[in-house]
Design a protein around this ligand. Structure first.
Ligand SMILES: *Cc1c(COP(=O)(O)O)cnc(C)c1O
Length: 493
């Protein structure tokens, strides 16, 4: 199976789509057709890893079974995930099942993809005859950087350098990064905010002379960002797997429709749920939950995508996004691969900051999706209510989804069984969580963890409590204009 850009152009192999990340014309790679449906029988009573192999092989047809096997067994290992189910389901009540995607090494759902991407990437490079060492360059506002560091840590043939804004990450996030272990990792603070760090990295990627210099030294740069097909495809696995588990457990029958609720930022996670539907999961409604940055919610309700609004900093920061890149893949699919339409929408988004879809596309979208949003006050209240009612502690991202789901049920009366994606451990956003469940006078980060554990009885993730005694390995900081020098020093060139 080959891959093509959402903006038209030549077909490429899965390996090339993964190596390139973004298509040369600015579009995103999508499969030329969807594999035939994978029924319940193929997935029934299998482990997460076995299900992953079946689903990934269906998409990555130029990878051999042995290659897929190696990638899966290196990524989804017992010592990296705190649950042997990898992505366990937790039944809150008869209809609502929480899909916990935060049992990986960094306690957030990005691990589900970033644990396997490095293995896809090194396999793909070998297939394409690329002999240079790949250096992953990341500018991060928090979660992605740490998840990428853990994913690429000590993967042969790779190095990873992460730049974080000195003024733009929490103390805990900083500590997670500067204590990072591994022989092939580098971490550096950048003077400034996230945009300064991001612009610095972008200018390096597009600096031909600098890239030629690196190549002479046996190094090619790559990114690990969320538009890479290699990050999207592993996300399809947990939706199919959790559906199969629910059927195995007798919670639903194999043909019974279910709803899926996803706290959404870049639209990657919810797109994976949509693709799971194309592969055989009988989906009723996909429910898209936004925080106060409600661009997507407005778009799904009105058909107008308008990013000309103020950016809001919230307690669910991984959803603070005004441009949801993966939406392009969804629009491509529901417009019947209309590349001209997609080019027009994306052109208008970049020049005018907005576009509106035609009536047919809007109604198609609304058949599939329902959307809602909430602000920080409601998010906090939802964490508290959920804890009081079920004794379950939700992180702020998950709480946004819980609230929007409640609104959906109120408005529609739809009582189909529902999977709700929980994208982070409550301990990762401990202060906001503790604040919500009744205690706001603790300042020390580790005391916050202890207090949540005491109240909830849920164990503190080992990777977070271990930070207290780890050495800070990286203390470098640089100006955005000095990032090239820093790369050379970190790579010892
Ligand atoms: C990245 C992230 C999201 C948003 O996922 P998208 O795929 O960007 O929609 C939600 N919650 C958490 C905790 C995240 O890290």
């Amino acid at each position: 199976m080959n891959y093509q850009s959402t903006r038209g152009g030549d077909m490429v192999s899965a390996a090339t789509a993964i190596v390139k990340g973004l298509a040369p014309n600015g579009g995103l790679y999508v499969p030329e057709y969807f594999p035939k449906k994978i029924g319940f029988d193929a997935l029934s009573n299998r482990t997460y890893q076995e299900r992953a192999k079946i689903i990934l092989s269906a998409f990555l047809s130029d990878f051999s079974d042995a290659e897929i096997d190696t990638c899966v067994s290196r990524a989804y290992k017992a010592e990296k995930f705190s649950s042997d189910k990898i992505a366990p389901l937790r039944k809150l009540n008869d209809s609502l099942h929480i899909l916990e995607l935060f049992h990986g090494p960094t306690c957030a759902f990005k691990d589900m993809a970033l644990q396997i991407l490095p293995h896809f990437l090194t396999t793909a490079m070998k297939k394409n005859g690329i002999r240079e060492e790949v250096t992953i360059l990341v500018a991060t506002s928090g979660d992605t950087g740490k998840a990428a560091l853990e994913g690429f840590k000590d993967v042969p043939g790779t190095r990873i350098l992460v730049f974080f804004p000195r003024d733009g990450v929490s103390r805990m996030q900083r500590l997670q990064m500067v204590t990072q272990e591994g022989e092939n990792v580098g971490v550096c603070a950048v003077d400034g905010n996230f945009d300064d760090a991001q612009n610095g990295v972008k200018s390096i990627f597009t600096d031909d002379a600098y890239n030629a210099f690196l190549k002479e030294n046996g190094i090619v740069l790559s990114s690990a960002n969320s538009i890479n097909w290699g990050r999207l495809v592993p996300q399809i696995v947990y939706y199919m797997s959790s559906w199969a588990t629910m059927v195995d457990n007798g919670d639903i029958s194999p043909n019974e429709e279910i709803n899926i609720v996803v706290p959404t930022g870049n639209f990657g996670n919810i797109l994976a749920a949509y693709y799971a539907g194309k592969l055989g999961v009988p989906i009723g409604k996909l429910i898209c939950a936004s925080n106060a940055n409600d661009v997507l919610c407005d778009f799904i309700r009105t058909g107008v995508y308008n990013r000309n609004r103020s950016f809001k900093t919230t307690i669910s920061p991984s959803m603070d996004i005004l441009i949801s890149s993966n939406l392009e893949r969804f629009l491509y699919d529901i417009t019947g691969k209309d590349t001209d339409k997609i080019k027009d929408y994306m052109q208008r988004l970049s020049t005018e900051g907005q576009y509106s879809v035609d009536h047919e596309t809007l109604s198609k979208m609304q058949e599939i999706l329902w959307a809602g949003s909430c602000d920080d006050a409601i998010t906090t209240k939802t964490i508290q209510k959920t804890f009081d009612k079920y004794g379950y502690v939700a992180d702020p991202h998950t709480a946004v989804a819980l609230y929007v789901y409640e609104e959906y049920v109120k408005e529609t009366g739809d009582d189909r069984k529902t999977i709700l994606a929980s994208t982070a451990s409550p301990y990762k956003f401990g202060k906001s969580v503790l604040n919500a469940i009744g205690c706001n006078d603790i300042d020390d980060d580790f005391a916050v963890l202890d207090a949540i554990q005491e109240k909830s009885g849920m164990p503190i993730p080992a990777s977070l409590s271990a930070l207290q005694t780890k050495n800070e390995r990286f203390s470098d900081a640089c100006a955005p204009s000095a990032m090239r020098d820093m790369i050379q020093s970190l790579l010892a060139l």
